[in-house]
Design a protein around this ligand. Structure first.
Ligand code: PDD
Length: 286
């Protein structure tokens, strides 16, 4: 089936979908994005993802390309045209096309909007979750505003590549004090010896993950204890469980950190239960 992409007002065949060479996303990575899960043809947590997109835009003094309702309609139409049942929808907004100059383009420059959608192999993802993944740790080398979901992802690209070269699927950033901030494309969690879930508190040093926020509802419903605080690599390596969260990986057990097994090296019971129950607490657009 041919894929369709939405580009600045038009639905185009994927191979004809292009942006201008002077798009500021291309020139300066001057743009923001969102990734939203699609399950049974429905967007998961659309409202929260669009709210975060608007926050990212506002933090960068960037105009919204269209209203919330119109953007939601474009997302759903892109999913529909690509006949995505289970997969993801990707949204990118940039500061538009203008002659290359670092400072903002002239007032009235229209933001660029691109939306794409693609399918997941659900069975393959479940197989990965049943085995768990390895993570490596890398020094935190990103800018000081990673709470903004910017398309400027060079450190994340390099970290993910290092992970792949070492047979792992994610890289955890470690700050100067030895504490894990988050993954290259996920939030990081552990379950300590007392069965308490621990993840770093929100701030400018992590992305406010949507999956992370929904998971607190799942955790509370399960009557589990949690604490928002930083944890060290050593604490993670001696934890009972570790896992990551993101819209595409959901709750993904971590079974190795820098080559050392977490507990017995198998996915933990808590992570697996939270993964199983996640969608009962996420919002599905009607
Ligand atoms: N990444 N931290 C970072 C750096 C991320 O890139 C992501 C998501 C998350 C988790 O956020 P959420 O739960 O809202 O997906 C945390 C997306 C999936 C990506 O870049 O593909």
């Amino acid at each position: 089936m041919s894929r369709i992409a939405y580009v600045n007002g038009r639905y185009l065949p994927h191979r004809q979908a292009r942006v201008h060479v002077e798009d500021r996303g291309y020139q300066f990575a001057d743009g923001v994005y969102e990734v939203c899960e699609v399950r049974d043809g429905q967007l998961i947590d659309e409202r929260r993802h669009i709210a975060r997109l608007e926050r990212s835009l506002a933090e960068l003094k960037m105009a919204s390309p269209m209203s919330r309702a119109a953007l939601g309609a474009v997302l759903r139409e892109t999913v529909r045209r690509n006949r995505v049942n289970d997969g993801l929808v990707y949204v990118q907004v940039t500061r538009g096309v203008a002659r290359r100059d670092h400072a903002f383009p002239p007032p009235g420059t229209l933001p660029s909007l691109v939306v794409t959608a693609r399918r997941f192999d659900v069975a393959a993802n479940e197989k990965i979750a049943a085995e768990g993944i390895g993570v490596i740790t890398v020094p935190e080398d990103r800018w000081a505003r990673v709470d903004i979901k910017s398309v400027s992802l060079l450190p994340n690209v390099l970290a993910k590549q290092s992970a792949r070269e070492q047979g792992a699927r994610e890289a955890w950033y470690v700050d100067r004090d030895g504490y894990v901030t988050e993954g290259a494309s996920s939030n990081a969690w552990i379950v300590n010896r007392d069965g308490k879930l621990i993840t770093r508190a929100l701030g400018r040093d992590i992305l406010p993950g949507i999956t992370r926020s929904v998971l607190f509802d799942v955790i509370k419903a399960h009557g589990l204890q949690f604490e928002e605080r930083p944890f060290t690599v050593a604490e993670a390596q001696t934890a009972r469980e570790a896992f990551i969260t993101s819209a595409t990986q959901l709750v993904m057990p971590v079974v190795r950190i820098d080559g050392r097994p977490v507990a017995n090296g198998a996915p933990g019971l808590i992570a697996s239960a939270l993964r199983r129950d996640y969608h009962a607490y996420a919002e599905t657009a009607g």
